[in-house]
Design a protein around this ligand. Structure first.
Ligand SMILES: NC(=O)c1ccc[n+]([C@@H]2O[C@H](COP(=O)([O-])OP(=O)(O)OC[C@H]3O[C@@H](n4cnc5c(N)ncnc54)[C@H](OP(=O)(O)O)[C@@H]3O)[C@@H](O)[C@H]2O)c1
Length: 249
């Protein structure tokens, strides 16, 4: 089974790190760009689209530490390979699904929420912080509203990467820090630490056993047979929240 999982996902991790997972997948802007060949997967990651998934653990690799057993429901952060029935996942990148959330809701959590969490928590927080996924077209507005000694964290380029104007002098006079962040290409240790901290500090707030003050935002759920419609919907920017694909078990 582990070989089958490895063959499907095509990861470069060692086999003993794996626990297997049957899954559902979500899509995001990354996937659309990759589909057009503009955003290559990091070395060792599958060419199959899909950066996050939820489902049930199908089988454990021999090196697993006993945190998971077959049948457990889980969600995972992936470097790719999510749009498949099975995927191999280092067990440190699995998270339990909070009580009261469906598999589709869970599939909408890992990439978006871990990104936001690391930007706010691991990279620093404060009133002087800009989280910027737009880039080029907003650079002037961003640097103008940055406070003295403020931090501007760039994590996407939806508004292009062209800057024409005095960005450096404006930034210098604000004594501002421009920091960039890419989650997908981070190493396994970083992602495992992120997943562990997020699991401990944020996941309990999704649970219906607690106050359930956090909920993932789902736009639409498509069966995998309608994957083309799902991509068209996303590329037309008609979604508000995550688009989730469901696959047969
Ligand atoms: N660095 C990382 O680790 C990391 C991780 C996750 C995501 N990302 C990147 O972050 C970006 C956002 O991802 P997402 O999942 O949040 O996307 P999303 O749900 O589609 O949200 C994008 C937001 O940006 C707005 N927007 C798009 N293009 C714009 C433009 N040219 N000017 C002004 N606003 C614009 C959209 O506004 P409208 O709805 O009004 O169009 C929407 O509110 C993507 O580039 C993604 O690749 C990076």
């Amino acid at each position: 089974m582990a070989q089958k999982l490895g063959a499907v996902a095509g990861f470069d991790y060692k086999r003993e790190d794996f626990s297997g997972e049957a899954m559902k997948t979500t899509q995001g802007v990354f996937l659309s760009l990759q589909r057009r060949g503009q955003y290559a997967p990091p070395p060792g990651a599958s060419n199959i689209l899909g950066l996050e998934a939820s489902g049930h653990v199908a089988e454990l690799g021999p090196g697993c530490q006993g945190h998971w057993k077959p049948g457990d429901s889980a969600m995972a952060l992936l470097p790719g390979g999510g749009q498949a029935q099975y995927v191999t996942v280092p067990e440190g990148l699995l998270m339990p699904i909070p009580e009261g959330l469906s598999l589709s809701q869970a599939a909408a959590i890992p990439e978006a929420w871990l990104t936001a969490f690391q930007l706010l928590y691991l990279l620093g927080a404060g009133v002087n912080l800009i989280l910027d996924c737009i880039g080029g077209s907003y650079w002037e507005k961003n640097v103008n509203c940055l406070a003295l000694d403020g931090r501007w964290i760039l994590y996407g380029l939806m508004g292009g990467d062209d800057i024409s104007g005095p960005l450096l002098s404006k930034l210098l006079f604000k004594r501002g820090s421009l920091i960039t962040s890419l989650l997908r290409s981070r190493d396994k240790m970083y992602k495992q630490t992120l997943v562990k901290t997020f699991t401990e500090q944020v996941l309990p707030h999704f649970s219906s056993e607690a106050s359930q003050c956090l909920l993932p935002v789902l736009d639409r759920v498509y069966p995998v047979t309608e994957i083309q419609e799902a991509h068209v919907h996303m590329e037309a920017n008609r979604n508000m929240g995550k688009i989730v694909l469901t696959l047969p078990r």
